[in-house]
Design a protein around this ligand. Structure first.
Ligand SMILES: C[S@@+](CC[C@H](N)C(=O)[O-])C[C@H]1O[C@@H](n2cnc3c(N)ncnc32)[C@H](O)[C@@H]1O
Length: 249
């Protein structure tokens, strides 16, 4: 499902940065799977599609020769630019504000990476991703489940079943199989928590319901959230499965 740009812009201030522990643990797992498959990041030109705040590009920067990172959300990139400058990574990372569809590939990259981004969803976008790399590609997507205690309760109250987003990784590997590209896939479980004051929790809950195509009943959402307040905060915990796919051209 293609999400409106405003969804990512709104999410940016809450989206984890490279310092987040859950993201760091995911990154270690992803890089480990890639290395087990033969990827060596040392001195390589790397493309990061839908880079967000630079959660993967920043930890890779010390090993890569150059990282080209792109994203269509300016607020995500503003955070990435700030961290890039603070960490003195100006020479290592080039950031482009563009959609994947509009990005023009001048030279292929040693390694292409697309993590948790709807930028690489359609057959054309997947094919462009595969064609952007000289050697290896790394894709990270949702696995079979994503459970968030409060959001799931809210979806139920709005008589909505979760039926989207997941299975991204499976669809990607199905494509690789169909075009006969050698690959490996590993699934892992990850979890994270976000604590918000009531107003921010309401905003978070509403934007998630809208993402599922639900028109939120604000009174219902408020009542459920009010019952969850502890020490002036509402804590949302998400448990999800992600999949890492590494392929070789
Ligand atoms: C969940 S974040 C992932 C960020 C980072 N890759 C990570 O793994 O933490 C998804 C990102 O994809 C970006 N995105 C969504 N659609 C895109 C598109 N068509 N072209 C480029 N970026 C896109 C969003 O703006 C957002 O920053």
């Amino acid at each position: 499902m293609e999400l409106p740009n405003s969804y990512w812009d709104k999410l940016a201030s809450r989206y984890p940065r490279y310092t987040d522990e859950s993201i760091q643990s995911d990154a270690r797992f992803i890089f480990g799977v890639a290395e087990d498959f033969g990827v060596d990041f040392e001195g390589k030109n790397i493309l990061d599609i839908g880079c967000g705040t630079g959660t993967l590009a920043i930890p890779l920067a010390s090993r890569a020769s150059k990282i080209t990172a792109l994203d269509l959300s300016k607020p995500m990139l503003d955070i990435f630019e700030y961290d890039k400058e603070t960490l003195n990574l100006e020479d290592k990372i080039d950031i482009f504000h563009t959609s994947w569809d509009d990005f023009i590939i001048k030279d292929k990259y040693d390694i292409s990476l697309a993590s948790m981004t709807p930028a690489v969803s359609s057959q054309e976008q997947i094919s462009k991703f595969i064609n952007s790399t000289l050697t290896y590609g790394i894709f990270v997507g949702w696995g079979d489940f994503k459970n968030n205690d409060i959001i799931d309760e809210l979806l139920k109250k709005h008589n909505t079943l979760k039926n989207k987003t997941f299975g991204q990784t499976q669809r990607f590997t199905d494509y690789l199989k169909a075009v006969n590209i050698k690959h490996d896939v590993k699934y892992f479980q990850t979890s994270w928590s976000d604590s918000y004051i009531f107003e921010d929790a309401l905003d978070y809950a509403i934007s998630h319901l809208e993402r599922f195509g639900v028109e939120p009943d604000v009174k219902v959402v408020e009542n459920i959230l009010l019952a969850k307040i502890k020490d002036n905060k509402i804590k949302f915990t998400t448990n999800a499965q992600k999949g890492v796919v590494v392929f070789k051209i």
